[in-house]
Design a protein around this ligand. Structure first.
Ligand code: MV4
Length: 509
């Protein structure tokens, strides 16, 4: 063991849901004890049940629980944890939280707090990219305060421009501005959205890239200066700046572009002395030019597609890095093998504009079999709370090629049953059969286009009658599939059902 390596006996997982479960699993495989934290709404949550210990950290609203630095640190102290894994969201990219951990001698499983702060200021990240020789979208390299400067810079860049929050990211506080006359109102809205979300209303400008692809590069960096990239993920299929389907490799990326983007990502990570797992987001234009957008200094939701094609356990590697170990692989040791696709299954109703659909999961059948992984944070009988992000599971498939991965995902989706709440599963059934998806020929407008096409398909007389009949058939099939007794909610019991039940119990009828 190197002198700068240290054992970790116990890790506090400062998160909930599927990602807390994912981290707990990695720790258990490494012989590390885990401490879950939970809000009042999560007393019976899966992550609480799977951890070695669990500590309450407050009421349901995340401000008073999962987002409370003091409460999480108190739980860490009381449990004697030596490290904290923040997952994604909540405190994962909060530099003050990472600093508070550092000051208390708790290992924050992630980059140094200064790196989080640096990359959190989006124009600072752009300046670092420029200094590292990484192309950025043309625009400003400093946050802009006064309206006159913004108007002048926008004219210099040329419309359409993107107005973005300097402390933002992920599309929050972002506005497309098509012409100079639209600037004042767009600025007012971007500022108030940014102020509300980040407590900082400064903005910057970028040239708007039309019809871009969203492609990101996963990196891993240890404390000894070794930086590796784990290739790309295709993340263009988004809805309201939330990714819905991700895959690796990207059908758009050629071997040369892959090598090029990987080299760029490593150069920027090296320049900022990055430590841990991180992701560089790029926009790629119609001519396959990549432009750096921002760096996410955390584990990403979609990390399993990269794990599937590279065979690297990203969460275990984060923990090894935090223990001070050197990365055990060279860049030449890494390759993408086969193809992986992830669908994010949300408790949302795609038929009702993706309205959240919290409630009790009365029956659950999870797909399984060759090449299928379901990273879930729920179980049958549990009630999905209203208070948090409604992601209930991530369905990931792996196969030897993209067409086979698509077939496998369709098969897995056909096995999936969730009763009691609405989910986005029907949306994925349609998306995985869309010709543009099959061809790998889509950009960031795919979801909107698909939903518009569905609305067209739904119009016309007689639609309601057909829909009611179809719903009744589907309801019956789902009951049969989930082995629910039809009488539970007062529906008539058929003689076939009675006979089936008797047979199942070995009785004669
Ligand atoms: C852009 C862009 C066009 N030009 N920036 C949205 C989320 C955030 N990560 C960045 N986003 C965009 N930034 C410039 N200069 C278009 C988007 C964008 C988008 C990007 C990826 C996936 C879906 C998207 C949907 C709308 C807009």
């Amino acid at each position: 063991m190197r002198t700068d390596e240290h054992a970790l006996g116990k890790v506090l997982v400062a998160n909930r849901g599927e990602i807390a479960v994912r981290v707990i699993r990695a720790c258990r495989e490494m012989g590390i004890r885990t401490v879950a934290v939970y809000s009042e709404a999560d007393r019976a949550a899966l992550h609480v049940r799977l951890a070695d210990e669990a500590r309450p950290i407050g009421p349901a609203p995340s401000r008073e629980s999962y987002l409370s630095i003091d409460r999480v640190l108190e739980a860490a102290e009381a449990s004697g944890a030596e490290a904290v894994h923040p997952g994604y969201g909540f405190l994962a990219e909060n530099a003050a939280f990472a600093r508070a951990c550092e000051e208390r001698g708790l290992t924050f499983i992630g980059p140094r707090s200064e790196t989080i702060a640096l990359m959190g200021e989006k124009t600072a990240a752009r300046r670092e990219a420029v200094a590292a020789g990484v192309p950025v979208v043309p625009g400003t390299l400093e946050p802009l305060a006064d309206e006159g400067t913004i108007a002048r810079e926008a004219a210099r860049i040329g419309f359409p421009v993107m107005l973005k929050a300097a402390s933002g990211g992920g599309g929050k506080g972002m506005r497309l501005v098509k012409a100079a006359e639209d600037l004042p109102s767009a600025l007012a809205r971007a500022r108030s959205e940014a102020k509300g979300a980040f407590g900082d209303d400064s903005v910057y400008l970028e040239k708007a890239i039309v019809g871009p692809r969203h492609i990101e590069i996963q990196v891993l960096a240890d404390r000894h200066g070794n930086v590796r990239h784990l290739f790309e993920r295709e993340c263009s299929i988004q809805r309201r700046h939330q990714k819905v389907i991700e895959e690796s490799p990207s059908p758009l990326v050629t071997p040369q572009l892959r090598r090029h983007m990987g080299t760029l990502a490593v150069a920027l990570a090296e320049r900022v002395g990055y430590v841990g797992a991180g992701t560089l987001e790029f926009l790629v234009d119609a001519d396959r030019n990549p432009y750096f957008l921002e760096m996410n200094t955390r584990l990403q939701v979609e990390h399993p597609v990269t794990e599937a094609v590279t065979g690297i356990d990203i969460v275990q590697t984060q923990i090894r890095i935090a223990r001070g170990e050197a990365l055990p692989f060279a860049q030449e040791d890494l390759q993408q093998r086969g193809h992986a696709i992830e669908c994010r299954v949300y408790a949302e109703d795609p038929e009702a504009g993706f309205l959240p659909s919290p409630g009790r999961i009365v029956a659950l059948r999870v797909p399984d079999g060759p090449g299928v992984r379901d990273d879930s944070g729920v179980y049958e009988g549990w009630e999905v709370p209203v208070h948090y992000d409604p992601l209930i599971s991530k369905l990931i498939v792996w196969a030897g090629s993209r067409p086979e991965a698509i077939q496998r995902m369709r098969r897995a989706l056909s096995e999936y049953r969730v009763l009691g709440i609405q989910t986005t599963l029907p949306f994925f059934q349609r998306a995985l059969r869309h010709p543009a998806f099959e061809r790998g020929d889509f950009d960031t407008s795919f979801v909107a286009t698909l939903l518009e096409e569905e609305e067209w398909a739904g119009a016309g007389p007689g639609t309601v009658a057909v829909a009611v009949a179809a719903a009744a058939i589907r309801e019956l099939r789902e009951r049969q599939a989930a082995r629910l007794r039809p009488t539970e909610d007062g529906a008539p019991r058929s003689p076939w059902w009675e006979a089936g039940v008797r047979q199942a119990h070995g009785r004669r009828g």
